[in-house]
Design a protein around this ligand. Structure first.
Ligand code: GMT
Length: 375
């Protein structure tokens, strides 16, 4: 199949999922066209089967807001015609599903039929999409998609509850390429980050409010009072500065390392003992799955799709949102004794195997085939 993929090309989970999906589809013989405003961060290899088409939005002083949707839908029309793209798979409803629908209508005028598959990722539904300013457009574009998927059962339930949805939603969970998280790395370089007797705790996110970054610091503070430990904070975002200040106020800034954005997540996770994800809400928690695939148990909040990913008492623990004390106690249960840590590490790896890329990507292929047949 010739498939056009639209996504946010940044470090966010939806862009990562879209990119990994496109790369895997290309390995399975499909021709993939990424259509977005810059090359996706995890898209390193362009080749015969993987193409990238940049959407340009020229600055025009009359516009207070530059019309990205318009530029995107025009680009989709051009690329479908030029490359014979048979299906558009858009990740994140806003504004991608809306722009794709406009492109579909323009192409229809020229008797070109292209179905749209929309994948809902989370904040497009729970935080942004359900805002009254966007809700009618988001409802419309979901209902006009030819197939809709969501990354967890919890997100599907939220979508059905918050919007008036008239079509089925298929749950296709996020996935992981286990080969990229091979823990048999010989050059893990743990010694560069911490002393032998120190436990390494990691948090990776876009440092937005929804991630509850202060909780990460407080939980780590509780851990390091009991055990020698270091905290790796990976990512960039609006809450980073206040997290740095909090670490300073608590007198632990020498034990908290802010690493910024990284394309080498697997390298950081390979020396991590525990992953913290205390988010307010999380449709899935791809970062937690990536940690587990690197044999890193997870302390997370019990919200959204996280219980579908992290299994309480097995791959880690789940606590009520904001319950720093419970998270700290659970973290110490895992970290204090080396044998327990080893068991949790093995369990985390095993649990991640339920989301093997080789089992999940065929589910998308089946949806594409069924949608094309129906269209
Ligand atoms: O919150 C983020 O980390 C970014 C956000 C995005 O839209 O890229 O992530 C959402 O999609 C990911 C991939 O499906 C999910 O794993 C994240 O849980 C989800 N974030 C939220 O629901 C807050």
């Amino acid at each position: 199949m010739k498939i056009g993929i639209v996504c946010y090309p940044t470090f966010g989970g939806s862009g990562v999922v879209a990119t990994e999906l496109g790369l895997e589809l290309s390995k399975r013989g499909h021709e993939i066209h990424f259509i977005t405003y810059s090359q996706p961060v995890r898209l390193e290899l362009l080749g015969n089967n993987v193409h990238f088409h940049e959407v340009h939005v020229p600055e025009y002083p009359l516009f207070h807001y530059q019309p990205y949707e318009l530029a995107l839908s025009s680009k989709l029309v051009d690329m479908v015609k030029l490359h014979g793209i048979e299906l558009l798979h858009v990740h994140y409803a806003i504004p991608h599903a809306y722009a794709a629908y406009m492109a579909q209508q323009m192409l229809l005028d020229e008797d070109i039929l292209v179905p749209i598959v929309t994948t809902l990722h989370g904040t497009d539904i729970t935080l942004v999409g359900s805002h009254p300013f966007y809700k009618p457009a988001v409802t419309f574009s979901i209902n006009k998609s030819d197939a809709v998927t969501s990354v967890s059962q919890s997100l599907k339930d939220d979508t059905m509850r918050l919007f008036n949805i008239e079509r089925p939603i298929h749950v296709v969970p996020n996935f992981i390429d286990l080969e990229k998280h091979d823990t048999s790395f010989t050059d893990c370089q743990r010694e560069l980050m911490a002393e032998d007797n120190e436990r390494i705790i990691t948090h990776i996110s876009n440092f937005r409010k929804v991630k509850r970054i202060a909780d990460v610091i407080h939980v780590f503070n509780g851990i390091q009072k009991v055990l020698p430990a270091k905290l790796m904070m990976v990512g960039e975002g609006p809450e980073k500065e206040s997290a740095e200040l909090l670490a300073e106020d608590l007198g632990i800034s020498d034990r908290v390392v802010f690493l910024g954005n990284s394309t080498e997540i697997d390298r950081i996770l390979c020396f991590s003992d525990l992953f913290l994800l205390p988010s307010e809400t999380e449709s899935f928690g791809l970062a937690a799955l990536e940690a587990m695939a690197s044999s890193t148990p997870v302390i997370s909040s019990n919200t959204g799709g996280l219980p579908e990913v992290n299994k309480h008492g097995i791959s880690g623990y789940l606590s009520p949102v904001g319950d720093i004390e419970d998270m700290t106690v659970n973290a110490l249960k895992i970290l204090t004794d080396l044998d327990t840590l080893t068991v949790f590490k093995a369990n985390a790896k095993k649990q991640s195997m339920n989301f093997d890329i080789h089992n999940i990507v065929p589910q998308y292929e089946a949806i594409y085939e069924e949608t094309l047949k129906r269209f």
